[in-house]
Design a protein around this ligand. Structure first.
Ligand SMILES: [Zn+2]
Length: 115
């Protein structure tokens, strides 16, 4: 994996994205967010349920490294959606996400609160 850098939103210092606290201002980097939403589609490229589960876990891990507040997961209908909702309950239980809701006018997409 390539080491990414980002700027601390508090003081602007450039830090490695895997770092937890800013070395300059001590702000918790992982809790910083720019309020944006990142969308991933894990159900419309011929994925089997297991593929979708892998993509879900990977997308959450990757998004946690970034600044987005929300991960929007397009799950379509059917089995993938059912499995993803169940997996998200586990993620929420473990404290890896803050919560999730089904997108209001689109039951085929789930909004995950990352931080
Ligand atoms: Zn800082």
């Amino acid at each position: 994996m390539v080491m990414k850098t980002q700027n601390c939103l508090q003081c602007g210092m450039k830090v490695d994205s895997d770092i937890r606290y800013c070395p300059k201002c001590d702000n918790d980097i992982r809790s910083q967010t720019d309020g944006s939403t990142v969308t991933v589609d894990i159900a419309h490229h011929g994925e089997k349920v297991r593929d979708a589960q892998r993509k879900l876990a990977g997308s959450i891990a990757e998004a946690q490294q970034g600044l987005a507040a929300t991960l929007r997961i397009v799950v379509g209908g059917g089995l993938i959606r059912e499995q993803v909702l169940s997996d998200l309950m586990t993620f929420e239980h473990r404290g890896e996400i803050r919560g999730f809701t089904i997108e209001g006018r689109n039951p085929g997409a789930i909004l995950v609160s990352l931080k």
